[in-house]
Design a protein around this ligand. Sequence first.
Ligand SMILES: [Zn+2]
Length: 399
Amino acid sequence: MAILIREANQILTMKRGIGIIRKGSVLIERGIIRRLGRFRISSKGLRVIDARNCVICPGFVDSHTHLVFAGYREKEFALRIKGMDYETIARKGGGIAYTVKHTQRATVNQLFELARKRIERMIKQGTTTVEIKSGYGISKGAELKMLKVISRLKRESSLDIVATLLIHIPAKGVSRRKYLNLILEEIIPEVGKKRLAQFCDVFCDRIAFTRDESEKILSRAREFGLKLKIHADELTYTGGARLAARLGCVSADHLLYTRRADIYAMKKAKVVPTLLPGTSFFLQLDRKPDVRTFRQENIGVAIASDYNPGSCMLYAMPKIVALACLVYQMSVEEALLGATKYGARALAMEHKVGSLEVGRQADLVVLEVNNYQMIPYTFGEDIVKFTIKNGRIIYGKDN
Ligand SMILES: [Zn+2]
């Protein structure tokens, strides 16, 4: 049935800035936005949603998550609060290694069930497009298992899901050279040939892969037609962002230690900077990305949840928007664009999702707030009233 969402206080189209239309309506037919703006039509035969006192915005695009995993790390959280840092915990066999152990042991069905429930909860928070990384498998078999889980989520979920092969940390008990060889000669070729992922990502940092190793990994992935991402300059300066510019990565993510010259290089190469404020908050990091330079250079910045069991257990994008404002001092407009339009750009999907216009697939959320500044401000509330994906209501509070 066609849907008419009537008289929203504000519609944020994300065209030319956040592109506000006041007192606008949206008509959705066969999954597509047919009309958008101020118009009046008969509601006969239509499913009508009254959006007075509401804001409509594009469905949130969460362009960086690790949502397939087994092995929660609440014990590590408690240690961290007492003062033990993330890297010390990692060296003691906690951290990523703990999740790897549990993810390796879990079956496809167990991982699928865990992830499916997480996606259900994300939908209630307005996410309509989500990127999901592998990376807790490490062994070839377990990485492929994770990607199989993501493929099944893609088939069975109503969301647009983007699969990324993440080369996360070196394997334990194998020489670095041998493991790198396995990645370059077996894992990447198999994932590429079977098209199990659209992106390849690498954790380029002092507890993971060096810049040279990262370059080898990403270059190999590109040979197999994978688009590229990188976890760059998160724990220390590695030059990962500079590498992203050189290789033409679609996005470079985290960027806490990225230098100004590297930001210029990213701009030139059109690499989308992706910031993860939930992680800074969850890990209580003092270091902040250089938001001011991104702003001065007029670079569109994506924000994402980084949802994962170690460094950010938050997947709710309206709250990530709030944290982008509170932790990174992004403006409300920058944060909202980051969670929609630029998130889509970070997935090379800007043509399809992340903004609202006539003729596009109808991915949008109706929020129970009467203006957009309320979105981060009402931080503690669950403000999503309806989530609509491809013109279908996939979540709704009673109208
Ligand atoms: Zn990540």
